[in-house]
Ligand binder design. Structure first.
Ligand code: CO8
Length: 375
């Protein structure tokens, strides 16, 4: 087994105050459907457009395992005439929303690591969506925390956090940084189409943070040695979001639904599960770690059935709820933050030497797996 050189010494989690249940979401969606169908009754009767169909809370829980999600703004999402969170723009002099929730998670992670912002020499904001192009949110977080060194934003969709952990570890191994903060402010409701029956229930908002340090300088707090990281990308059109700075150069596409999250969920399920299981199994094999030696799988939190399938393939049997913890029932899919939330909330019982795998998968496709050992 490879020797560790970097450790995770702290994690943090910011959870929004408001939560939306499946029932509340479906009531709002169905009100919008009824409104749409009555406003377009003539065209529907002529056969010019299809009537919209009701959503169902039972379907959502059965198909995904999601029961509720935390959101930054509940009222805007549940207003059938709006179906979008209401998050006012802020003056440039104020901290942006993304930076603000990232800082809240970061403060907890720094406290756990026993360090302050000024001890950091790199900050990475790794998330699925950036609220602006520049200046980077990471530089804003760096400034708010009084950190030194350098900062940058990066986006690998749902795998942003695991890819971010590898970037942090690489910086530590190369000597370009000794203490790195990696933050995942995921405001997924900002790019979710709440009028799309197939996906309106999928996402929630949250922020997570991870402190990664050189093992020899880490002080105290949580210490999880990073034994290995493995990243993989495979091109797929099955999860897309075509929002971007060139949208204004073609007026015909402005406001069309492909500028929000769209996916072929069934295809994603079928293609991604085997690829994830294979990556984890290969990685463990290369590290001479037998599946029986694994104490924990902190998997990406998109779909309960996906996670059961992946865990079964890796362990060769059904996982227990402790071995493969689920947080998507209350948080929904929080993109890159999901596996970090699972890690943050489900590791206190581990003993020194216990091994776990933190793993993400999502758009790209992208898959990231990080093997950790409790020290
Ligand atoms: N209510 C009632 N019925 C419904 C609903 C609904 N809301 N939606 C669909 N149905 C019906 C369909 O019409 C269909 O009916 P029929 O059989 O009569 O045709 C039936 O239910 C089955 O539909 P599906 O095949 O679509 O349903 P699935 O069983 O496949 O479940 C899921 C849908 C839950 C979406 C599932 O496919 C899934 O979870 N797939 C994996 C998705 C995944 O992991 N995606 C990862 C993407 S996330 C990512 O990478 C981050 C990107 C950035 C995010 C930030 C921006 C927001």
């Amino acid at each position: 087994m490879t020797q560790a050189d970097a450790v995770i010494s702290g994690t943090g989690l910011f959870t929004p105050e408001e939560s939306v249940s499946n029932e509340e979401l479906v009531t709002a969606f169905n009100s919008w459907v009824d409104l749409f169908n009555s406003e377009n009754a003539e065209q529907i009767a002529r056969g010019d457009i299809e009537p919209k169909t009701h959503s169902s809370a039972e379907f959502i829980e059965k198909a995904s395992g999601i029961r509720s999600r935390f959101v930054l703004n509940k009222a805007g999402i549940l207003d059938p005439t709006r179906m979008t969170p209401a998050i006012p723009e802020r003056p440039d002099a104020d901290l942006s929303v993304m930076a603000e929730i990232g800082v809240k998670a970061a403060e907890q992670a720094l406290e756990m690591a026993g360090i302050s912002g000024s001890d950091l020499d790199a900050v990475i904001v790794a998330a699925s969506n950036m609220q602006r192009a520049y200046p980077a949110m990471a530089v804003e977080v760096q400034d708010a925390l009084g950190a030194k060194g350098f900062a940058f934003d990066m986006n690998v969709a749902c795998s942003s956090a695991t890819f971010g952990i590898q970037q942090a570890r690489d910086a530590i191994r190369s000597g370009s940084a000794r203490r790195v903060l990696m933050v995942n402010p995921e405001i997924c409701t900002g790019h979710l189409n709440f009028r799309d029956r197939d996906s309106h229930f999928i996402f929630g908002d949250v922020a997570t943070a991870v402190v990664i340090e050189a093992e020899d300088t880490a002080r105290y707090g949580a210490r999880y040695q990073i034994i290995d990281t493995r990243l993989q990308t495979l091109f797929s059109n099955n999860i897309r979001n075509n929002f971007g700075f060139l949208n204004r150069a073609d007026e015909s596409g402005i406001g069309s639904i492909d500028k929000l999250f769209v996916q072929e969920g069934r295809k994603v399920f079928k293609e991604v599960c085997p690829a994830v299981a294979e990556q984890i199994c290969q990685q463990l094999d290369d590290l001479d770690i037998a599946p029986e030696q694994l104490s924990r799988l902190w998997l990406h939190q998109a779909n309960r059935n996906m996670n059961d399938l992946i865990a079964r393939r890796v362990l060769g049997r059904d996982p227990t709820a402790t071995e493969s913890p689920t947080i998507l029932d209350t948080y929904a899919n929080t993109s890159s933050a999901g596996s970090i939330i699972a890690f943050h909330l489900n590791r206190q019982d581990l003993n020194t030497g216990d091994i776990g795998v933190l793993c993400s998968f999502g758009a790209g496709y992208s898959i990231g797996s990080v093997v950790l050992r409790a020290a």
